[in-house]
Design a protein around this ligand. Structure first.
Ligand code: NAD
Length: 274
């Protein structure tokens, strides 16, 4: 017991001796990040900001042409990128994305489990296939990618699972599969944090976005009545900009959050505070 305490004390003291400034601890130079669902929306913004913070990025999603565009843009800006067509519901594809990343960059330090789909079907009309599909991409896909990455990640790595404000609140539109899959992502985050933080040194946290204008929310926010509802429930009174999530993402990905694991970080204009 005394030995354990003394090792914990030595580790804490060596962290205090870290010569980097707080701002420097946000940098990701020398790190390699995988982002799923990086062919559109928030995934593209996440990949851009991880590259901007110094990470080499590996992009996985189903739309190969859009992935290639994102890769080329990051490289044109001076970053390093790899991409592979990936369906996160397929365990082999998840493993191949990780293997391809290792071949390209030699390591995996950060995983952003961002790939997701939504449903907007009244529960009495929702088929079991539709329900299973949403859970399979959002929850099972996050597990498969986390498992494939954790097998090769070193201590100090970070997994960020993208949940949703609809995991914590009801959104005034039908989304049984989506809401329950995103609540499941929070449970997954806590459990993996419990299993891997001490044993493997991998931190696992969840980002909880409110409403952002992307392909996923396009049909909802184009409906004036629903948009009005969202605005009236959002204390900040507006949708978020994808870039506004990036600060919290870089924080969770980097050593700036080295004492955080199993946490849920909401970036939602205040949606979940009431
Ligand atoms: P989006 O539709 O633009 O992006 C989703 C991405 O996931 C796309 O690139 C899509 O190709 C990819 N994808 C879907 N199924 C996949 C699969 N089986 N395998 C691999 N990739 C797959 O939507 P977005 O708004 O950018 O969503 C990104 C994440 O953020 C999702 O997990 C979503 O649930 C979450 N989120 C979004 C909002 C919002 O307001 N936009 C709010 C809360 C949470």
């Amino acid at each position: 017991m005394l030995g354990l305490l003394s090792r914990a004390y030595t580790r804490a003291m060596s962290r205090l001796e870290d010569a980097r400034t707080v701002i420097e601890r946000f940098r990701l130079d020398g790190k390699v990040a995988i982002v799923t669902g990086a062919s559109s929306g928030l995934g593209v913004a996440f990949a851009d900001s991880l590259a901007g913070a110094g990470a080499k990025v590996s992009l996985g999603a189903r739309r190969a042409d859009q992935l290639l565009q994102a890769k080329k843009r990051i490289e044109a800006d001076g970053g390093s990128a790899y991409c592979a067509e990936t369906d996160v519901t397929d365990p082999d594809a998840c493993r191949q994305l990780v293997e391809g990343t290792l071949e390209a960059f030699g390591q995996v330090d950060i995983l952003v489990n961002n790939a997701g789909i939504s449903d907007a079907v009244p529960a009495l009309k929702e088929s079991t296939e539709e329900f299973d599909r949403v859970v399979s991409v959002n929850l099972r896909g996050s597990f498969l990618m986390a498992q494939a990455c954790a097998r090769v990640m070193n201590s100090g790595s970070s997994i960020i699972n993208i949940s949703s404000c609809l995991a914590l609140t009801q959104g005034d539109f039908p989304a049984a599969a989506y809401s329950s899959s995103k609540a499941g992502v929070l449970g997954l985050t806590r459990d993996l944090a419990g299993q891997w933080t001490v044993r493997k040194g991998i931190r696992v946290n969840a980002l909880v976005p409110g409403y952002f204008a992307t392909e996923m929310t396009q049909s909802l926010v184009e409906e004036p009545e629903y948009l009005q509802k969202v605005m009236s429930r959002t204390p900040m009174g507006r949708l978020g900009e994808p870039a506004e999530l990036s600060g919290a993402l870089i924080f969770l990905a980097s050593d700036a959050s080295s004492y955080m694991t199993g946490a849920e970080v909401a970036v939602d204009g205040g949606w979940t505070m009431r």
